[in-house]
Design a protein around this ligand. Structure first.
Ligand code: NAP
Length: 283
């Protein structure tokens, strides 16, 4: 078997087209144009590239954007001051703080201070809590939202499926588990203390690999026909790779390319969430 591709680039394109149309209809009706503020702390080249892509994606669909840069040596207080300014700025619909931030920045404090209405990443405890409790109005974080959107676009049944998530971070693993549970999957979350990881992954109808460990998931760990989502961004010999080892594509039924799977979906969900943030602010 050769796995069919869960083509994130193609689905992201459709999302951009839908957002572009919604923005132009909104503006034509006299509504406000959404505006995304991105914040990058430090000069990590990969992070800078992601921010530039996000800026470009926003502008392409008619969303205004502004880019804020802080020195790598910045303190939590300095970032907080910028966040407070962006919270108060009437023109800004959504605030994205590129992660990972330098180690001295206390991101849990920052997440608490971003106005929940402008929290396009869904990191504020109010948004995370609403998503966890299944309450309306919570912002679904971009990467998990992109994963479920992609699976649904390819009509992969989540309800009743055994979904196994490898990784339990607040950024990816945990919220992905919650979104799968909301869609009635039977969810298992694995981490470094999990015993018999392969025993769990082999039972997965949907396997989400988000460990950030190249070659962690080998072909014998995948159930034949499973849908496999490779979230991770590892760099191996200067090339981007996920967590999947050689040959997984011969066992899986569906597979996200990496690059070209979850990354484009994450950026597309950011743009969608930016529009939704503006709609919540000014219906
Ligand atoms: P993270 O905070 O480092 O979390 C990694 C998780 O994987 C942890 O829960 C860890 O378990 C678990 N893990 C690590 N090694 C494992 C192993 N050998 N067996 C089982 N579990 C293991 O990373 P993250 O922020 O969740 O991101 C995960 C990956 O996705 C990274 O490569 C990141 O770059 C990538 N990413 C991609 C996108 C995208 O748009 N494509 C977006 C976000 C993140 P413990 O909790 O026990 O330590």
């Amino acid at each position: 078997m050769t796995a069919r591709l869960l083509d994130g680039r193609a689905v992201a394109k459709q999302v951009y087209a839908e957002v572009e149309q919604a923005v132009s209809e909104r503006v034509a009706r006299g509504g406000s144009r959404p505006r995304l503020a991105t914040v990058l702390v430090g000069d990590d080249p990969a992070s800078a590239q992601y921010v530039e892509l996000k800026q470009r994606n926003a502008q392409k669909v008619g969303i205004e954007s502004e880019d804020h840069r802080l020195l790598a040596s910045s303190t939590t207080e300095e970032l907080l001051a910028l966040v407070e300014r962006l919270n108060r700025d009437e023109r800004v619909s959504a605030i994205l703080i590129q992660q990972p931030a330098p180690k001295q920045i206390d991101m849990s404090r920052i997440a608490m201070e971003v106005d929940p209405v402008k929290d396009v990443d869904g990191f504020h405890p109010i948004n995370a809590g609403k998503v966890a409790l299944g309450l309306p109005g919570g912002v679904e974080p971009c990467t998990p939202a992109g994963i479920v959107y992609l699976l649904e676009k390819f009509s992969i049944s989540i309800a009743g499926a055994n979904a196994v998530i490898v990784g339990r971070s607040n950024l990816v693993g945990k919220p992905t588990a919650l979104l799968m549970l909301k869609r009635n999957a039977t969810v298992t979350v694995c981490h470094t203390k999990t015993q018999d990881l392969a025993g769990h992954t082999r039972a997965a109808d949907i396997l989400v690999a988000a460990a950030g460990r190249a070659n962690l998931i080998t072909r014998d760990m995948v159930k034949p026909g499973a849908a496999v989502v490779d979230v991770s961004t590892n760099w191996v010999d200067g090339r981007q790779a996920g967590d999947l080892g050689h040959g997984v594509e011969e066992v899986a039924g569906w597979l996200t390319p990496n690059p070209g799977g979850v990354g484009p979906m994450t950026r597309a969900m950011l743009i969608k969430n930016t529009l939704e943030a503006e709609v919540r602010r000014r219906p």
